[in-house]
Design a protein around this ligand. Structure first.
Ligand SMILES: [Zn+2]
Length: 148
């Protein structure tokens, strides 16, 4: 074996006892583009059915790499929320909430996001949907949705 091929083999990580991890290309689009369509790119484990957002390459539930990208409706019910009064990153006050998405993943899927609802509308279990938002510091938020 020439020095060149040994070096290439070493660079590729093909050395006894080492696991070669190839960089994976994400197949997901910009979040804001999807929210304009009312969609959210997640990943679903084909081994156990768990779903993840943000998408993952390896299942956090069963460690399987049989994880596929899946596009779901970005809507659900507000599980819980809190209003942040002081923030070093975003202009306060703003409301953060966990939303249980209406998906068929094993164990469901709870997503954290900024919630833009009037104080009167803000309550646990109200229907919400993700939408592009000019006023949200991250470019999207959960807004009032309709019962599904
Ligand atoms: Zn899994």
């Amino acid at each position: 074996m020439s020095d060149d091929s040994q070096q290439k083999k070493a660079l590729a990580g093909d050395i006894a006892g080492q696991v070669v991890i190839e960089p994976q290309t994400r197949k997901y689009e910009r979040i804001a583009d999807l929210f304009s369509e009312g969609k959210l790119d997640c990943s679903e484990c084909t081994a156990c059915g768990a779903g993840f957002y943000p998408p993952v390459d390896v299942c956090r539930t069963c460690n399987s790499s049989a994880v596929e990208p899946v596009r779901v409706e970005a809507k659900g019910n507000l599980y819980s929320y809190t209003t942040v009064a002081v923030s070093p990153t975003f202009e306060a006050p703003y409301t953060l909430g966990y939303v249980d998405l209406a998906v068929q993943f094993t164990g469901g899927l709870r997503v954290l996001g900024i919630v833009e609802l009037t104080p009167e509308a803000l309550a646990c279990d109200v229907p919400v949907r993700a939408a592009v938002s000019e006023s949200s510091p991250v470019g999207w938020s959960f807004v009032k949705g309709t019962k599904s």
